[in-house]
Design a protein around this ligand. Structure first.
Ligand code: PLP
Length: 459
């Protein structure tokens, strides 16, 4: 079985591990942290503690990333600029506010695989989805539909439905919502492609979560984008759970548009500024868009003409001037990614997540008796008491594993926190999510999370 082979590989990687019991031991996790695998930048983050002041095994960085130690100073620097320079802060100081979005775009380029001029950091995620759909959803009599995954994050669904209604369409008829096959938990690429080919001449736009918030599946962006284009649709991606998590090359993959938030894997803080990507081929193509004074070229902006003189890059999609105080923490948070690099980040992420999956398998088998299968595959059928619904192929998942549990998941998450100092999260109706973050989580954090899960299930 694939998973056991992976566990065996991991056992071979560290010294003197001979049995599954040894693999599942706390000592094994500590040894891996000590001897082999170090978090990439753990010392750069602040870790929460519980009410007793004890350390938390933080597994919820897919929801809200930890605070970098640099954050306070980054905000303070802009407060100081405001205090000492006031309005001149727009053009003076260490980071003149006028150029702040460009600095953020520069730091974001390698994270999403785009050119800096294709990125604009602005607003929050759902607002950016709206601004992008204003350009990339252009329904006509024949082609009116938007295609998405049925189990997308609710906000994406609401944004899509409201755009359709806004253009005089029918939200119940004009959205194609794709479900996994019966008994499966994630979409197969071939099924997405089949629907695109079958119904292509009705579809105006595709908008999928690149890594789904619920299942943790990583979609095949280049394959789906290519077929979307083949049938004449625009291809968009929500990168909320993908940016800073999985390797992305959205420019080379010819993605038309994308949006993401920066408070999850990117650690920029709650509500911090979001990203938007518009492929360079669209910059001067005359697409309709919602504009404001910040869409105007800087050199003519203050002429205050009634007709916009648009910037010829992604910045033209930004109607408003940059919200500096929520942007400040993003710059230093993103810089860590530049220092570490996405290849190193991904390599460690795969190590941590496959260790977590294998530990679930080993402890699940121990719990239910030898020979019982804990299925960690992508919807391949029978399960034991817990079932990892995230696909197991390494190119189909990121850091997160979504685990189907046999008891109410929100209470379970609360008990793991109260009794074991483990912080994960839950999603309706029966999923808990753990995401070991390669920047700061350890093997020991993963061990604490998985053993807490089984302790509570058995308790
Ligand atoms: C996939 C996805 N889309 C949209 C959103 C909404 O984000 P925001 O509230 O920043 O608009 C989230 C938030 O977690 C998300 O995970």
């Amino acid at each position: 079985m694939r998973v056991e082979a992976s566990a065996r590989d991991q056992m071979r990687e560290t010294s003197a591990v001979s049995t599954q019991a040894d693999f599942a031991s706390e000592e094994y996790a500590l040894r891996r942290d000590r001897e082999l695998d170090h978090p990439l930048a753990r010392d750069q983050y602040l870790f929460p503690t519980d009410e007793r002041g004890e350390s938390i095994a933080y597994m919820a960085g897919n929801s809200l990333g930890l605070q970098p130690k640099s954050t306070k100073a980054a905000i303070d620097a802009e407060l100081d600029s405001w205090a000492t320079l006031a309005v001149r802060g727009h053009s003076h100081g260490a980071h003149p506010w006028m150029v702040f979005p460009a600095l953020l775009a520069q730091e974001s380029a390698a994270i999403v695989g785009a050119k800096p001029e294709e990125i604009v950091m602005m607003n929050s995620l759902t607002v950016n989805i709206h601004l992008l759909l204003a350009s990339f959803y252009q329904p006509n009599d024949r082609r009116r539909k938007i295609i998405m995954e049925d189990y997308a994050f609710s906000s994406d669904s609401y944004a899509i439905r409201s755009h359709i209604a806004f253009r005089g369409g029918h939200p119940d008829k004009d959205v194609i919502r794709l479900k996994p096959r019966e008994g499966e938990d994630s979409l197969r690429t071939e099924d997405v492609i089949a629907v695109l080919r079958e119904r292509g001449d009705e579809i105006a736009t595709t908008l999928f979560g690149a890594v789904n918030y619920y299942s943790g599946e990583f979609m095949d962006i280049p394959a789906i984008t290519a077929v979307a284009h083949e049938v004449g649709a625009y291809a968009g991606w929500d990168l909320a759970h993908a940016a800073g998590n999985v390797p992305l090359q959205i420019h080379d993959w010819d993605v038309d548009f994308a949006a993401w938030c920066s408070y999850k894997y990117l650690n920029a803080g709650p509500g911090s500024v979001a990203g938007a990507f518009i492929h360079e081929k669209h910059h001067t193509a005359g697409l309709p868009r919602l504009e404001g004074w910040w869409s105007n070229k800087p050199e003519t902006r203050f002429l205050m003409n009634p007709i916009v003189d648009p910037i010829e890059n992604a910045d033209a999609w930004a109607p408003s001037h940059p919200p500096l105080l929520i942007m400040a923490p993003a710059l230093s948070a993103l810089h860590v990614f530049t220092e570490v690099g996405m290849p190193a980040l991904r390599a460690r992420s795969l190590q941590l997540t496959s260790y977590m999956r294998d530990l679930i398998t080993v402890l699940g088998a121990a719990e239910t008796g030898a020979g019982t299968r804990t299925d960690t595959g992508a919807g391949t059928g029978a399960t034991s008491r817990v079932h990892v619904i995230t696909p197991s192929d390494s190119d189909r998942h990121g850091a997160q594993l979504s685990i189907r549990v046999p008891i109410e998941p929100f209470a379970l998450v609360e008990r793991m926190y109260e009794n074991h100092g483990v912080l994960g999260d839950a999603r309706n109706p029966d999923i808990i999510r753990f995401a070991p973050i390669p920047m700061y989580n350890t093997f020991h954090d993963v061990w604490r999370a998985v053993t807490a899960l089984f302790a509570e299930l058995n308790g």
